[in-house]
Design a protein around this ligand. Sequence first.
Ligand SMILES: O=P(O)(O)OC[C@H]1O[C@@H](O)[C@H](O)[C@@H](O)[C@@H]1O
Length: 218
Amino acid sequence: MKAFIFDLNGTMVHDMEYHTRAWQQLFNEDLGGSFSWDEVKPQMYGKNREVLVRLFGPDRFTDEEMDRVSLEKERRYQREFLPHLALLPGLMELLEQAHQRGIPMAIGSAAIPFNIDFVLDNLNIRHYFQAIVSADDVTVSKPNPEVFLRCAELLGVPPADCLVFEDVPKGAEAAQNAGMKAVVLTTTHEVAEFAHLPNVLHFAPDFTDAFVRGLVGA
Ligand SMILES: O=P(O)(O)OC[C@H]1O[C@@H](O)[C@H](O)[C@@H](O)[C@@H]1O
């Protein structure tokens, strides 16, 4: 593999429960919904506007309202997650080794820049990434391949030479649709949920995993 593309939430940081909880509270306490955890969790992919349309239909909110709701959700998420903000075990070492070996790296996330900046700047890791593609940079998000194809283009590496690190089935599906192999971090979903995706090379609990370390010759 010539380049690495990292999903952000649930892959670099173990935070998907915090996203799910922030959304569930907002849906049920502020927006009049009554969604269970098991109904909200599978919706945790794609842009915030896409999440809102999937759950409330296309006519409920204006674009401005969706952006306001989205920002409120991220403020709540950041407030709750900040005390726990840390990279997954082994990721800092992997980033450093890949950087030293000249492997280009990108972030391809459905999150808005507000959340990407929250992680990168608080953890001081922005300098490792040659490209960052957020919700604002694509017309359609995962499982559409646009986000990962844009990363490959910005890195100047053919899609087939990019390896994606993901944690959700819809994200691994986006990699498949982009013609990219994926390594799945099992922070958020069960291995069986990825059974339909032939591009998944390996499942790992975190970045200390021997297969993952072997990718940078460590
Ligand atoms: O694409 P990533 O980095 O996993 O981010 C996905 C999540 O990003 C969050 O910002 C959204 O609020 C979630 O709805 C979404 O699931």
